[in-house]
Design a protein around this ligand. Structure first.
Ligand code: ADP
Ligand code: MG
Length: 729
């Protein structure tokens, strides 16, 4: 065992929980303390500024220059009162993480000193030198300008003495260069389209709001062990490591007692979250050892997503205070569960009605069926695209592996809803529609039993499951910006609702009865989108076969899946919904391919280095110990007795040699495959080469290393093993 690792394990096992000071006040007192929310706005802004700002936020209006100056002045005062000395526009570039560039609140005062200053201009719009953010060719280097602009719908907040202003990030020519811009567009689009359809049932509806409740899964690893694993440090996942004898087979971690060191971390994280207005609520152990989850109360989608991105960065900081590192990678360890970020997604009216919730009146239930049918149609039509929106170099290791959703998008509805839809499909009049409730009474669609909510059987194998009043989109990766998935989902559902409304309105205009037309159009959708509905075991091999027969997208290669974005039906859908233009889609794909290539390239380099410079030298050292042993035995015993004793050692020596040469040639072939791939011009072709030609060597090399781990003396093995990484806490 190397010195570093020896110290680490000692240190790691000796660690105690870090004490977290609980605030004296109750949660109401410190919740949102670091947020410029309406209460703070009211306190710090002149009354007319406050009224105008709230009006602008509620009606999605831009701010006038004068108003912006007044808001900036109040916001600056609040920030400085709360310890901030800097401000930054906080945005979400296509790298998938968040970006910020800090400036101090200082300007020359003209007398050789400085004054604290923050103008409306700086609040509302900035021009970060953004030429090195990925843009897929939208900005030529000679026109590398992009600007960030305040997203009024998400409040500013303070982290580490810096005022952070959530912003969109767009090119001067208007194209989006981030995730937030198209997400906001998709929310606008679904608001309009869903409001139109919701008004068929209730003319009072003014807006439809999209809700998101994300469940963030993650692993914790002791930081000393983490530091001794270059693969974790550089790539976020273990590129090698034999399964530990015990992992999750006893199911003893899930919902188990939370270890005290972890509980202290969680408490600290929740306190920080609450101060930032993130409504953290649920925490528990997950299925794999050292895997945990945090879930907040759901919120409006854009705000919820900002909160998730903020939480991911806060988590990393808090973990360090507790001598942990947090792993957000989708598959940090082979052989145990990976991490996802279940997106609980629903639509609700401004009056607080959930559109995917069966109600108490016939109209509400008819509305429920109508919205569910439209979601089914959208998910069916765009199942390949939805998969493309969640797949990347990291999530591809999770999909289809241990207990993850399969790399096929299907929809789980549960028995109660399936039965209702089957009846709807057969009925020709709403009044004749009967549904068997729990008590076997005949109900019409007016009385879809409330038991549905409790009855939605829990199918954990479905990537997109109906769960009572919402859909749980489980295929989203733990390290992802949810926006990628939600942009595609919202846009697809929005475009579908637009088509639905157009069909209904045309027939009604031609004189048909509206209720009858809606029912008829819903029935059409149910018939057309049957293939997406699957309540069975999504993990089974038979499903893969059946899904292919049903015409669902079964492609699993990320670089090939990105082609789904540029299918004519996808481009048409995105443009119809006003979410992404063809030019934006093409540019984003360039970025996706480039990111894919770079991630696999980094992994492949790290693996090559570990294999040649860490693993092989250790194996050779152990091999010479064995050789030495054989030599001495031969000297001491001689003849057939010596041969018998040495036989086992010789077999081991040979096996080690075989693994060493397989690793050497594997690395050589992998490097050559990389060299060939690097020469390819097209980002698409290059990513395909990395997926098809480079990545498979990594699997092969790993297999030999993992075999060696079982043979080589534990004292010599240079890396912390799974049993340490996963169980020391
Ligand atoms: P699970 O049993 O799947 O873990 P939870 O009850 O923990 O479910 O809820 C998961 C998430 O779903 C939480 O963030 C919760 O606030 C959210 N959620 C509940 N109802 C809705 C809804 N109607 N729309 C969106 N999210 C919701
Ligand atoms: Mg859940």
């Amino acid at each position: 065992m190397s010195n570093l690792r020896f110290k680490s394990v000692e240190e790691a096992t000796a660690r105690k929980a870090v004490k977290v000071e609980l605030p004296k006040e109750r949660v109401e007192a410190y919740y949102g303390k670091q947020v410029f929310n309406r209460q703070r706005m009211f306190e710090y802004l002149p009354k007319d500024t406050y009224d105008a700002l709230v009006y602008a936020i509620d009606n999605r209006q831009p701010l006038s220059r004068q108003l912006a100056d007044s808001v900036a002045e109040g916001m600056k005062r609040w920030a400085i009162d709360n310890g901030a000395r800097h401000y930054t526009h906080w945005f979400h570039p296509l790298t998938g993480s968040t970006a910020e560039k800090h400036d101090a609140f200082v300007e020359h005062d003209g007398k050789g000193g400085v004054v604290e200053k923050f103008s409306g201009k700086l609040l509302v719009q900035q021009e970060p030198d953004a030429s090195s953010f990925p843009n897929g060719g939208i900005r030529n280097t000679f026109e590398a300008r992009g600007y960030s602009a305040w997203d009024l719908s998400s409040p500013a907040f303070i982290v580490d003495n810096t005022l952070c202003i959530p912003t969109v990030f767009v090119a001067y020519t208007g194209e989006s260069l981030d995730y937030k811009t198209p997400l906001l567009r998709s929310l606008n689009s679904i608001d309009k389209a869903a409001t139109h359809v919701a008004r068929y049932f209730d003319p009072e509806v003014k807006h439809v709001i999209c809700n998101l409740g994300w469940e963030q899964e993650y692993f914790l690893v002791d930081e000393a062990l983490y530091a001794a694993r270059p693969d974790l440090v550089m790539t976020g996942r273990t590129l090698m490591g034999h399964e530990s004898a015990k992992n999750q087979q006893l199911d003893d971690h899930y919902f188990g007692a939370i270890p005290s060191r972890v509980e202290a971390f969680m408490l600290d994280l929740e306190l920080e979250s609450h101060k930032l207005g993130i409504p953290a609520k649920t925490r528990h152990n997950e299925v794999a050892p050292n895997q945990f989850e945090l879930a907040p109360i759901f919120e409006e989608c854009n705000l919820a997503n900002d909160h998730n991105l903020l939480l991911m960065s806060v988590m990393e900081e808090v973990a360090k205070r507790h001598n942990f590192r947090v792993l957000l990678h989708e598959k940090p360890f082979a052989g145990v569960n990976g991490s996802g970020k279940h997106n609980n997604w629903s639509l609700g009216t401004d009056g607080g009605e959930l559109l995917f919730s069966p109600g108490k009146t016939p109209q509400e239930n008819f509305r429920f069926v109508t919205f569910v049918a439209n979601v089914m149609a959208a998910v069916h039509k765009h199942n390949g695209l939805l998969k493309a929106s969640i797949i990347n170099a990291t999530n591809q290791h999770r999909l289809g592996a241990n207990e993850a959703p399969p790399a096929i998008i299907s929809m789980f509805l549960g028995t109660a809803v399936s039965n209702i839809l089957a009846k709807v499909e057969k009925t020709d009049s709403l009044n004749k529609l009967t549904i068997d409730g729990k008590e076997q009474v005949n109900l019409d669609v007016a009385q879809i039993p409330e038991i549905i909510i409790d009855n939605t059987d829990r199918n954990r194998t479905s990537p997109f499951a109906f769960t009572g009043n919402r859909f749980e989109y489980r295929a989203v990766g733990s390290s992802a910006n949810n926006a990628s998935a939600l942009i595609a989902l919202n846009a697809a559902v929005s475009a579908q609702l637009m088509d639905f409304a157009a069909a209904v309105d045309a027939r009604v205009d031609a004189g048909e009865d509206r209720e009858h037309v809606i029912l008829d159009e819903v029935k059409k959708l149910l018939k057309e989108s049957k293939a997406i509905h699957f309540d069975g075991n999504g993990y089974s091999d038979e499903w893969k076969q059946e899904a292919a027969e049903r015409g669902l997208d079964v492609e699993a290669s990320a670089p090939l899946l990105y082609d789904r974005y540029t299918l004519p039906q996808s481009v048409e859908m995105f443009e119809k919904a006003g979410v992404l233009s063809k030019k934006e889609i093409e540019a984003r794909n360039e970025v996706k391919w480039e990111m894919f290539t770079k991630k696999v390239q980094i992994e492949s380099r790290v693996l090559g280095d570990l294999a040649i410079n860490h693993i092989i030298p250790a194996a050779v050292r152990y091999q010479s110990l064995l050789l030495d042993n054989v030599y001495k035995i031969q000297q001491l015993f001689k003849g057939s007795k010596a041969d018998a004793i040495s036989a086992q050692d010789l077999a081991n020596i040979e096996a080690i040699s075989d693994h060493i040469s397989a690793i050497k040639s594997g690395v050589e072939n992998m490097v050559n495959a990389r060299k060939r791939a690097n020469k390819i011009e097209s980002e698409r072709e290059k990513a395909i080469a990395y997926h098809d030609d480079v990545a498979p060597y990594m699997e092969e090399i790993r297999r030999h290393i993992d075999k060696l781990e079982l043979m080589v003396d534990n004292e010599i093995w240079p890396l912390p093993k799974y049993r340490e990484l996963l169980f020391i806490r």
